[in-house]
Design a binder for this molecule. Structure first.
Ligand code: PEP
Length: 253
């Protein structure tokens, strides 16, 4: 069975209540009648409710950009998986490179987020990817291996069905420089093989692996045409309905 492509928009720390509402409404309108691609939008925490109301009952799903690995407690400023479920989230992004490199998130923390989110019934998009220094010094596969082994520690086979991996080379995020289709395919194939070791061959064969890093309407089709690329995690281009919808359309090709 071919894997269904999955396009998710990571709005990062952008939008307002009003612009988020309008963007979500435009995405819903543009996706009407399309069922061959999974689509999600991931607004900032304060707008999850607002955007959730706009997309409720539509094929566009709601995702969050982060989560804390506990159900509740004295964790000032944090948000639990139960809260994300409560406001209608299906997905949560974990281990985004901006959280790894700016906020200092480590693989053990990321792995606890992955486990708690999956156990709570959220679908996880786990981001992995190397820096330009790591790529140039031939460490790409070692870095992916460490992040996958660390991030997926403790994940059980039945939970892994709700897992997506996003391969996001750090040097391609927000830079306008995307990985070439060959570079993306090479890393995606490595990730799928490594996930076969970690989670089992059947889970790995069905695993959705998104590419993320300066995906635009102009490069989306060629990257997603690669056999192990199952969609995209889109940052900048998800903030405009036209460009996001063009990427969704490219996923249907
Ligand atoms: C991202 O934030 O996950 C991302 C891939 O950003 P951009 O598309 O802007 O590179």
């Amino acid at each position: 069975m071919p894997r269904t492509k999955f396009i998710a928009g990571n709005w990062k720390m952008f939008t307002t209540a009003q612009s988020g509402r309008e963007l979500a409404a435009a995405v819903v309108k543009g996706c009407a009648g399309w069922s061959r691609v999974r689509v999600a939008v991931c607004p900032p925490f304060p707008y999850l409710n607002v955007v959730g109301e706009v997309i409720r009952g539509t094929p566009v799903a709601l995702g969050a950009q982060n989560v804390y690995p506990a159900d509740e407690g004295a964790f000032t400023g944090e948000v639990s998986p139960a809260m994300l479920k409560d406001v209608g989230c299906r997905y949560v992004i974990v281990g985004h490179s901006e959280r790894r490199h700016i906020l200092g998130e480590t693989d053990p923390l990321i792995s606890s987020k992955v486990q708690v989110a999956l156990t709570s019934g959220l679908d996880v998009i786990l981001c992995v990817g190397e820096t330009i220094f790591q790529r140039k010094s031939g460490q790409t596969e070692a870095v992916l291996d460490t992040q996958l082994t660390g991030g997926l520690r403790g994940v059980k086979g039945d939970q892994a069905e709700r897992l997506t991996i996003a391969y996001e080379p750090v040097w391609a995020i927000g830079t306008g420089v995307n990985a070439t289709p060959d570079q993306a395919q090479e890393s995606h194939l490595f990730i799928r093989r490594r996930c076969a070791d970690l989670l089992g061959p059947e889970i790995a064969a069905n695993l959705t692996i998104q590419y993320g890093g300066s995906v635009k309407p102009e490069n989306a089709a060629s990257i997603m045409a690669q056999p192990d690329v199952d969609g995209a995690l889109v940052g900048g281009a998800s903030l405009k309905a036209d460009s996001f919808l063009a990427i969704v359309r490219a996923a249907m090709a």
